[in-house]
Design a protein around this ligand. Structure first.
Ligand code: GDP
Length: 297
């Protein structure tokens, strides 16, 4: 399960404090040192860890702990609150446009789950809002992506706008947007190209697509298994495109958790959903508080 190692180590670090009637500076130093190592080992960005530990220490030495009859419990509560804060406080929904269609542009590196997640989002919107989405296949560099999106469209009975891989992404998106207007689709979900790493020509293409589609949401799909690298990638996409949020995939795998814990602090953009499996129904709203509870057990 995701976060297993992190969860176990943080719980161990805090277990000694749980029943203490009095907590000393040494106890606090010991616990925070352990938590710091656990977070670094879970591949959380070191600056994020540093700030987090500083906050915990500051609060642990404050009156809310010292004046408490259960100081150990109080520190655990602080760790819980700060972990939640690190991941974004509360769940954030997609932006919705006043007029149809609401446009969602999916971006991300290859293999992160972008195409699958486009389908998962369509599925969710249909189930939640009886939405009538149109998927646009604008990943023209990975020929299989267009077919993959068509298969997903068939499965969900959602129309897919595609022109194969011989036209430019810009043209495909322009035409797809036109089709959505004609068919009065309330959502458009654009699957864009990915690469193995961020490069300038990819970003230029994505900027053009952004200009054409005027998306209400630019959602970065990031692979949780890549840990801290996912946060670095998110930062790169955010600087180029000003993303509106992140979907973290493969949280069902053996991820150490670093991505989930770093992304918000590094990009200041929320994690909207998490992918927890390969099925089109495996997309869940990201609740920072529940994730924190899951880590603290
Ligand atoms: P793209 O290149 O970004 O479009 O990636 P794909 O959508 O083709 O996904 C790459 C692989 O990751 C596929 O095998 C997906 O089934 C798988 N995948 C996507 N999301 C998840 C997830 O949340 N959990 C798991 N376990 N696999 C996922």
């Amino acid at each position: 399960m995701a976060f297993e190692g992190l969860s176990e180590r943080i719980q161990n670090a805090l277990s000694g404090l749980r029943k203490k009637g009095k907590v000393t500076q040494t106890d606090i130093n010991q616990a925070t040192r352990e938590i710091r190592l656990a977070l670094l080992e879970a591949d959380v960005n070191f600056k994020v860890v540093k700030e987090f530990i500083a906050k915990i220490k500051e609060r642990a030495l404050g009156s809310e702990v010292l004046d408490s009859l259960t100081p150990g419990q109080q520190i655990i509560k602080i760790v819980n609150e700060e972990l939640t804060q690190m991941m974004g406080e509360s769940a954030v929904a997609l932006n919705k446009s006043d007029k149809i269609p609401t446009v969602i542009m999916m971006v991300g590196l290859q293999g992160t789950g972008k195409t699958t997640t486009a389908g998962k989002l369509a599925n969710r919107l249909m189930a939640e809002q009886k939405a009538r989405p149109l998927l646009i296949a604008a990943d023209i560099y990975r020929p299989a992506a267009v077919d993959q999106l068509k298969v997903i469209g068939n499965q969900l009975e959602v129309p897919v706008y595609e022109e194969g891989v011989n036209n430019s992404a810009e043209d495909i998106v322009r035409h797809g947007m036109q089709q959505a207007k004609e068919n009065k689709n309330d959502y458009v979900i654009i699957d864009t190209a990915g690469r193995l790493e961020i490069d300038e020509s990819l970003m230029d293409e994505l900027k053009n697509v952004k200009e054409i589609a005027q998306p209400d949401n630019i959602v970065l799909v990031a692979d949780a298994m890549t840990g801290q690298a996912a946060a670095t990638v998110a930062d790169g996409f955010n600087q180029a495109l000003d993303i509106t949020g992140v979907i973290l995939t493969k949280l069902d795998g053996d991820t150490r958790g670093g991505a989930a814990l770093s992304i918000r602090s590094i990009t200041n953009k929320p994690i909207l959903y998490v992918g927890e499996g390969e099925k089109l129904s495996d997309l869940d709203i990201f609740h920072p508080d529940r994730m924190s509870n899951r880590i603290l057990g």
